[in-house]
Design a protein around this ligand. Structure first.
Ligand code: ADP
Ligand code: MG
Length: 301
């Protein structure tokens, strides 16, 4: 595939498809030698789908929770999770909501978005959370631990649903790589740039995606602060770092990188924190931006 010639313009760097914050951005774009890519919604489509719902072995707490009679335990856990996720813009939240279509969702209060960790809200005054396994509220039993490990090993993303301080179940979601990601990343590598995959998701899911798109270096299981630290660590080693991301969890890293590139399909917070916005949300635009900056400034590295 050939990237469409997206950009035109004079010193102001006006172009089609790549929105630039200011003219000085071109210089930092030219100097970039490392491209750090967020996984979910950046390398992948972020259109996640639920592939499995596993309920904890001892579900006596479900019956004492006053959950709607008649529905199965799986449906109860799914309905709680979807109710809590209804306040979230995250691909995981949208996947859980879609899977729960047709179920009656309880009303929620006091919603909190835990960026890079999950979501929390109250249902009938009881705290319910949907989070990464590392942020789970309560003890994860052996059975669910195994389900979490299996999902990660298969490249999927397990999240834990907790009710009060008891782990109620695990929901597994899976994502797909964008059709253009592998070719665009191969081109970045050909241009002498080093790609790094950076994600808050688990190591197994991260490696799976990295293998599919040809990235060797993976930094997984990091919180939003960890993304900033990863960028700083690369900079400390003398790298000039471009960070590409889409989420609330990427905003601080996008702002601290030498060049921040936001997916146009991403959150407003990510776009505001970035120097460049890639309208299409396609990684070919990263190739185009760097190629244009090198050409315009007359230095081909
Ligand atoms: P990424 O870096 O791949 O974009 P995030 O930093 O957004 O991932 O999320 C990291 C992890 O936090 C997810 O893999 C998931 O386990 C958990 N998480 C984030 N948001 C949610 C959510 N809305 N519901 C459940 N879990 C979430
Ligand atoms: Mg993301």
């Amino acid at each position: 595939a050939t990237p469409t010639a997206l950009m035109v313009g004079t010193g102001r760097g006006a172009q089609l498809g790549i929105l630039v914050k200011g003219p000085e951005v071109l210089e930092s774009t030219r100097r970039v030698d490392t491209v750090v890519l967020d996984k979910t919604g950046t390398v992948t489509t972020g259109e996640m789908a639920v592939t499995d719902v596993i309920v904890a072995g001892d579900t006596s707490f479900l019956r004492s929770s006053g959950s709607s009679g008649g529905s199965s335990e799986v449906e109860t856990v799914l309905a709680w999770a979807a109710a809590v996720e209804s306040g979230s813009e995250h691909p995981i939240g949208r996947a859980v909501m879609r899977r729960a279509e047709g179920l009656e969702l309880p009303e929620v209060g006091e919603f909190t978005n835990l960026a890079g960790a999950g979501v929390r809200a109250t249902i009938d005054g009881v705290p319910v959370s949907v989070t990464a396994p590392r942020d789970a509220v309560g003890e994860i039993g052996d059975e669910l631990r195994t389900a979490i490990e299996d999902a990660s090993a298969q490249g999927a993303t397990p999240v834990v649903v907790s009710f009060r301080d008891v782990v109620a179940g695990v929901i597994v979601v899976a994502d797909t790589v964008k059709p253009t990601s592998a070719a665009a990343i191969a081109e970045l590598t050909r241009m002498g740039l080093r790609p790094v995959l950076l994600t808050g998701d688990n190591e197994g899911a991260a490696r799976h995606v990295a293998d599919l798109v040809g990235i060797d270096e993976v930094i997984a299981d990091v919180r939003p602060e960890g993304k900033v630290e990863a960028v700083a660590a690369l900079q400390a080693r003398g790298r000039v770092v471009a960070m590409v991301g889409d989420g609330v969890n990427d905003a601080a890293a996008l702002a601290s990188a030498d060049l921040g590139l936001a997916m146009g399909t991403g959150t407003d917070v990510a776009i505001e924190a970035s120097d460049l916005t890639l309208v299409s949300g396609d990684l070919w635009a990263v190739v185009d931006a760097i190629a244009l900056a090198r050409k315009t400034l007359g230095t081909i590295k």
